[in-house]
Structure formats: structure tokens, C-alpha cells
Design a protein around this ligand. Structure first.
Ligand code: PRP
Length: 187
């Protein structure tokens, strides 16, 4: 790719293979179906592919939470699920786990609802940014401490629907948030 600082990490076919592998893991693990709790908004492309690649029954629900604000340590629900989790196997679906604060918050909140089991699945794991330890049960890809866009991951709302996962230069994007539009959308 010609755009400065942009490099494809996963082509679409590689993403598909990862999703198939993770969907297989999940389908083998749960005998009696699973409740997928997806975290808006970045997890939507992964969730949509994952749930269709799974071969077991599932229920899909969504949460929206405030981003963690450094210094406050505060995370809270903007939107909660409506599904009753009592005695259900529950899997949180994330696009990326960084600090782990979002996952830790959700595990704490959802565990109070008496699920049979509660686990986390993420497409991207970026452990270099971890602040709190979290056990990730299903991981698509582990990446180094690089900024990535595409497949749900955004920069200021842009690039979520790009069908590849790409590393990007934040300095370039700060100068021009549309810097990668031509390369990634061909326009
Ligand atoms: C991202 C991502 C996770 C969270 C992970 O969401 O979707 O939910 O950050 O980060 P953490 O491990 O440091 O808590 P974001 O707040 O960017 O919202 P978005 O999905 O709507 O872009």
C-alpha cells in the first residue's frame, strides 16, 4: 500500500480463516447454545461473521458502555442487555482488548446475574496496553503495541467497515483523519 504508515496486517481471507477457527472453538465448547453479548460499536463486524460461522444455537444481545477515562477509572453502561443470563452460558464478544478495563467491568457486572459460565472472546488482543489482567478464552489475533483500523476498529468513527485489518500511523491520522480513505476505499 502506498499511503504513509498504512500496512495490511490481515487480508480479508485471513480474517475469514481466523473467524472460522474461533467459531469452531466456540461451537465445540458449548453443548447447549450460548448467549453472545457484543460490545458496541466495534464488535459488530466480528460478531456478524462469528455468529454465522458458528454451528450451535445462539442468542445475540448488545451492551454499550462509556469508554474508560484515564484518571477517573469510571466505566458504566449506556445500554444494557435485555436477555436473562440466569443459568446460561455467556460469551462477551469484543473487537479488541487493550487495557482490559472494559472486559473487567463487564465480567464483574454480568457475573452478578448468575450465568452458568462467563467468558470472553476478542478478535484482537493487544496485551502491551493491559492495565488489569483478564482471561481471554478465545482470541483471533494477538498484536504488538500498534494502532490498527478496519474490521470494526475505527479512528474517529472512520474505517470500521474496511474488510482488512491494517496498522496505521496515528500522527498521519491526526493531521488528516481521511488520510487513508483513498487507499482503503479507492475513492
Ligand atoms: C474499544 C473496544 C472495546 C474497548 C477495549 O471500544 O471496542 O470495547 O475499547 O478497550 P479496553 O480493553 O482498553 O477497555 P471503544 O471505546 O473504542 O468504542 P467503540 O467500539 O465504539 O469504538
Amino acid at each position: 500500500m502506498a499511503a504513509e504508515g498504512l500496512e495490511v496486517l490481515l487480508e480479508t481471507e485471513e480474517i475469514d480463516a481466523i473467524v472460522d477457527r474461533v467459531a469452531g472453538e466456540i461451537s465445540e465448547r458449548y453443548d447447549d447454545g450460548v448467549v453472545l453479548v457484543a460490545v458496541l460499536r466495534g464488535s459488530v463486524p466480528f460478531l456478524a461473521d462469528l455468529v454465522r460461522a458458528m454451528s450451535i444455537r445462539s442468542v445475540v444481545d448488545f451492551v454499550a458502555i462509556t469508554p474508560y477515562t484515564p484518571g477517573t477509572g469510571r466505566v458504566r453502561f449506556l445500554m444494557d442487555i435485555t436477555t436473562d443470563l440466569t443459568d446460561r452460558d455467556v460469551l462477551v464478544v469484543e473487537d479488541i482488548v487493550d487495557t482490559g478495563l472494559t472486559s473487567a467491568f463487564l465480567l464483574g457486572e454480568l457475573s452478578r446475574r448468575q450465568p452458568e459460565s462467563l467468558s470472553i472472546c476478542t478478535f484482537v488482543d493487544r496485551p502491551a496496553r493491559r492495565v488489569v489482567p483478564v482471561d481471554l478464552d478465545h482470541v483471533g489475533i494477538q498484536i504488538p503495541d500498534e494502532f490498527v483500523i478496519g474490521y470494526g476498529l475505527d479512528h474517529k468513527g472512520r474505517y470500521r467497515n474496511v474488510r482488512v485489518l491494517a496498522t496505521a500511523d496515528t500522527a498521519v491520522l491526526e493531521r488528516d483523519p481521511d488520510a487513508y480513505v483513498q487507499e482503503l476505499y479507492g475513492a
